[in-house]
Design a protein. Structure first.
Length: 354
């Protein structure tokens, strides 16, 4: 092998240490070989291809593993849901069977026993018109009783059809309680006694109350109830809120009687403490159970009756967080205001509104 002198470019033999032409020291660097470079490049390319191939295989393997895991989870979720549905069906089946058994046992009880059982379960029953199923026509009576018995066995609740409409009568924002007027559907009003409740009061959040009644609209409601003979025993009431049915337990719902108040108005103003005592000791007509109205009741009186003078009237409701203040209703505009209990304002007593 020969080496070229870097100084004079003279080609020297392999064993020469110094250039024969210029005497410079020869740097024995092996000259580049194009074939070797090509081979090196090819090896690099092949190596990169192999590495890339196996990396892709590894990535593909990961994707396949993830896909298998995903399918396993989906299948597991499907199995759980099916199992839950099956359990629910089994529970419902057992419940219906138990109910059938209870009804069979009820057949051995007298009508008064059945009524007593229902009244214990729910004291707030709607009294149905007596002539609906109690008639001299034996065929009609039997047909009506059979219908009620089937409804009880199958647990057919009234919520499958609209029971009527409700509109807001008043709202107590501090306690988040709403008072609603009820209008029954024509089909239900044929069965429900006209003296049954027309006003209800229960807890409802501010957001829901605004959503349902801010524009003063009437809303459909559904009554869940159990029926037997001449009694309709409500269990729940439902309203649509944000595209879903919201249920209210009937045990939390209070029936509100129509308020009574004196035709004459007490002309003098007084403090809140004096107003409480005044109404407790007040007698009018044959009644002596008068009291100072709650703020929602006072608001209702403003809406229902325009005969009151345009003054501030005390309510018995204390402002939340302000023990020295109570709520007032201004009978000029119906707006609620807070007032110190030592201030003097007008009074109207009510009864039978609890």
């Amino acid at each position: 092998m020969s080496y070229k002198c870097e100084t004079c470019k003279h080609v020297n033999i392999d064993k020469a240490l110094f250039c024969a032409n210029c005497g410079s020291k020869i740097n024995k660097v092996k000259p580049s070989n194009k074939n070797e470079i090509v081979v090196s490049v090819v090896l690099v390319v092949i190596t990169a291809f192999i590495i890339n191939y196996y990396m892709n295989r590894i990535e593909q393997g990961k994707i396949e593993v993830l896909e298998v895991e995903k399918n396993r989870i989906v299948q597991q979720k499907y199995d759980v849901e099916n199992s839950k549905k099956q359990r629910n069906l089994e529970v419902e089946k057992n419940r219906i069977e138990q109910q059938k058994l209870e009804v069979e046992n009820l057949k051995e009880l007298s009508d008064s026993d059945i009524v007593a059982i229902i009244e214990v379960l729910n004291p707030q029953n709607l009294k149905m018109k007596k002539d609906t199923f109690e008639t001299s026509d034996d065929y009609r009576r039997k047909k009506g009783q059979d219908l009620i018995r089937r409804q009880t066995i199958l647990d057919e609740i009234l919520s499958s059809h609209t029971s009527g409409t409700v509109s807001m009568r008043s709202y107590d924002a501090d306690n988040e309680r709403i008072t609603l007027n009820i209008t029954w559907t024509k089909s239900l009003s044929a069965y429900i006694d006209k003296d049954s409740f027309k006003v209800i009061d229960f807890k409802m959040s501010k957001d829901m109350a605004k959503e349902l009644f801010l524009e003063g609209k009437r809303q459909n409601f559904w009554l869940h109830a159990r029926i037997w003979k001449s009694l309709l025993a409500p269990t729940r009431l439902s309203l649509w809120y944000k595209n879903k049915k919201s249920l209210f337990d009937w045990s939390d719902i209070k029936m509100v009687d129509t308020l009574m108040y004196p035709d004459i108005e007490y002309g003098n103003s007084m403090t809140w403490y004096e107003a409480i005592t005044y109404c407790e000791n007040y007698t009018y007509g044959t009644y002596a159970d008068w009291r100072l109205p709650r703020v929602e009741e006072l608001s209702r009186l403003y809406k229902d009756n325009g005969k009151f003078s345009s003054h501030f009237y005390w309510s018995s409701t204390v402002r939340a967080g302000y023990s020295n203040d109570a709520w007032l209703i201004y009978f000029s505009d119906g707006i609620k205001y807070g007032g110190h209990k030592s201030k003097r304002y007008n009074v109207r007593c009510v009864r039978a509104g609890q």
